[in-house]
Structure formats: C-alpha cells, structure tokens
Design a protein around this ligand. Sequence first.
Ligand code: FES
Length: 121
Amino acid sequence: MTKTKIATTSEISTTKALKVKANGQSLLVSKVGDRACAIANKCPHLGLPLSSGKLEDGVVTCPFHGAKFDASTGKNVRWVSSVMGITLPEMGQKMMAMGKEATDVACFAVTQEGDDLFVDV
Ligand code: FES
C-alpha cells in the first residue's frame, strides 16, 4: 500500500465526484456531508467507469444501467435498473443484470493533512 495525495479539500464536491488516479487505480473522490470519501471508479456490473454518473445525496449512479452506490461506503443501494437513463420493467432489469448479483464497490479510507487528501492503495 502506498499513501497517495489524491486531491485538496477545495477540489471535492457534494454534487460531482472527482476522478483521480492513485497507485494505478482509478478512484472517485467526493464530499459526503463534511467528509471526503473515495470509491473505485469501476461499476461491478460490467466493469465500466462510474465517473460520468450523477452524485446526488451521497449516492453515485452508474450512467450505463442505473446501479447506485453509497459514495462514502461503496455499498450498493440499488442494482441494475435502466439503460442509458430509461427505467426498465422488473423483467428487463433482471435480463440487463445478466445473472450478476448486486455487489458493492471498493471503498478507500481518505485521510486529511491540512487541505490535502490522501488514500492508501
Ligand atoms: S455497468 Fe454499471 S450498472 Fe451496468
């Protein structure tokens, strides 16, 4: 594990996750409440990036099929539900999930020193 500076406090937001690289891994850094949080920028459904998804009320929505993840814990709060923003009926959601079960995203502890934010990855 390597301690890596990923951002400063002024670069993170509650409405747009910041995409960063740390030790070769792509992460999303966001502000939830007054805390800085980091999760993997890789949806566990098909491995696509979450970085162009919405961040709303501390939840990141995958832009591809609507899976939702808590930006502070990585916990899946809703699995596959849509295609490019169009909500699917339940049968369509099951088909789009392609047999994959709901899965959490990796979460990384963020530490702060002054205005600088770090993760150990
Ligand atoms: S790739 Fe994210 S929900 Fe399908």
